[in-house]
Write a protein that binds this ligand. Structure first.
Ligand code: FAD
Length: 429
């Protein structure tokens, strides 16, 4: 294997994107993956006939890096309806555009009509998105130029956002950025809102794993599983890669692991990982669906339970449950160092949000994911440096935006930098 030109460490979507582009450019690539399959944080298992992702997550066809990496149509994404069902102190509301809300909730949708002042404030908050609407690339830069980036909470305070719309937005985003203190970059939140508005996020027919599987297909025979890389070093202008049982010498190495593994592999002198944010997803089987819209359910009451969102997954994505049964998920946040909320509390809360009886929810699996995402505070730093030394690069969602899109962009960027270094056309990233 010493004739391999590039070793990629990690078969998450960043590593797969990098390896795929290098192979397509005619370079010999070997991917070393510690686990037993591709996908990293994007994995799906079949349990009792249900498809369970390892933590509730969605694929967003609006991510341009996703469209560049796979044939999105072939994933057969089953979309969630846009909008949310919100439990507030004055009752339950369907928050969506008025036509859709009426279709989903009938006359009761009218109770959630936002006041003009609420709409105006959120319009001001989102204004930089409107001025950059036509940009397919460079939107993040545009947002940072349009106004200094602050935390989400400060940015909403500044425009005077309040009421049900703000509470809904914050709760919705908390389930995406995995924190509810509002500390995430407002520019990142705007980027996310734009991608939700442009796409119909959903679940591939074969589960989220279909995404990395599609990317891995052209790399058949070039991925080795159960190969935990323990050490990477530059020696005489080449890279030496140590796993438990072997040593490989190669021209370039791309460390495409999660941030925390990259830090322990390369050492803190070479890479400092951002703080992690975690989540817990409880997956339940039900015989009778408590509701049939597939809408995401949120709770913005003062006194609420631990779930940041819940939904009947199979109402939107029927392939996730066997015929005659239904799949429910409830996700709660897991800040660094915290203990997961008791499952019984999550179950009670999910039943309160979705309607239906707590006893009807049969736990299929609890996924506890302490390292789901790196923090993404203000000011937003995207396109972080990837070069470690003359022969080593690092890529992954911690080098770009904390998302599938960010991981894919980072993987592609690393591939381009490797190719440029081979061609001596430019600098390493
Ligand atoms: C539950 C959950 C929900 C999410 N929801 C969304 C969502 O809805 N939308 C969105 O855009 N993003 C979401 N994300 C984030 C998204 O999944 C990640 O940003 C993305 O998958 C990161 O990909 P990556 O390739 O950078 O890293 P990873 O997926 O972490 O891949 C790294 C790979 O490196 C391997 N590895 C680690 N150490 C070593 C080693 N020493 N040797 C060899 N291999 C090693 C790992 O086993 C892994 O396969 C979610 C994440 C989680 C966990």
């Amino acid at each position: 294997m010493d004739d391999v030109e590039v070793v990629v460490v990690g078969a998450g979507v960043a590593g797969l994107r990098c390896a795929g582009l290098l192979q397509a450019a005619g370079r010999s690539v070997l991917v070393l993956e510690a686990g037993d399959g591709v996908g990293g944080r994007i994995r799906t298992d079949r349990v009792d006939g249900f498809l369970l992702d390892r933590g509730f997550q969605v694929a967003n066809p609006a991510y341009n890096a996703l469209r560049a990496a796979v044939d999105v149509a072939a994933l057969e994404v089953q979309p969630f309806p846009a909008g949310a069902r919100v439990l507030a102190d004055d009752g339950a509301h369907t928050v969506a555009d008025p036509a859709r809300a009426f279709r989903l909730a009938g006359a009761s949708a009218l109770t959630a009509l936002p006041r003009p002042a609420e709409l105006w404030a959120l319009g001001k908050w989102a204004a930089p998105l409107l001025t950059g609407m036509r940009k397919e690339h460079g939107l993040a830069r545009h947002l940072l130029q349009a106004r200094p980036d602050t935390s989400l909470r400060v940015s909403l305070d500044k425009v005077g956002a309040h009421g049900l719309l703000r509470a809904t937005l914050e709760r919705y985003l908390a389930g995406v950025v995995l924190e509810d203190e509002g500390e995430t970059s407002a520019a990142f939140a705007l980027l996310l809102m734009r991608s939700f508005a442009r796409g119909r996020p959903g679940l591939p027919r074969a589960g989220m794993q279909a995404l990395p599987d599609a990317m891995a297909a052209p790399l058949a025979g070039r991925i080795r599983f159960g190969e935990k890389v323990e050490h990477v070093e530059e020696i005489d202008g080449r890279a030496r890669v140590w796993t438990v049982g072997s040593t490989i010498t190669t021209d370039r190495v791309v460390v495409a692991t999660d941030a925390w593994s990259a830090e322990s592999l390369l050492g803190r002198a070479r890479l400092v990982a951002p703080e992690p944010k975690g989540l817990v997803t409880d997956w339940y089987a039900v015989d009778e669906a408590p509701e049939t819209t597939g809408l995401l359910h949120l709770d913005v009451r003062q006194d609420r339970g631990p779930a940041v969102n819940a939904c009947v997954v199979s109402a939107a994505a029927p392939s996730y449950a066997p015929a005659g049964r239904h799949l429910v998920q409830a996700t709660s946040l897991l800040p660094a160092g915290a203990e997961p909320a008791p499952e019984s509390d999550v179950r009670r809360h999910a039943a309160a949000m979705l309607g239906g009886s707590e006893a009807g929810l049969t736990l299929l699996r609890r996924d506890v994911v302490p390292h789901a995402l790196p923090v993404q505070p203000a000011p937003l730093h995207f396109r972080a440096r990837q070069r470690v030394d003359e022969v080593t690069l690092v890529c992954g969602d911690h080098r770009d935006t904390a998302s599938t899109q960010g991981a894919l962009v980072s993987g592609a960027r690393a591939a381009r930098a490797v190719l440029a270094s081979f061609a001596s056309l430019g600098e390493f990233a």
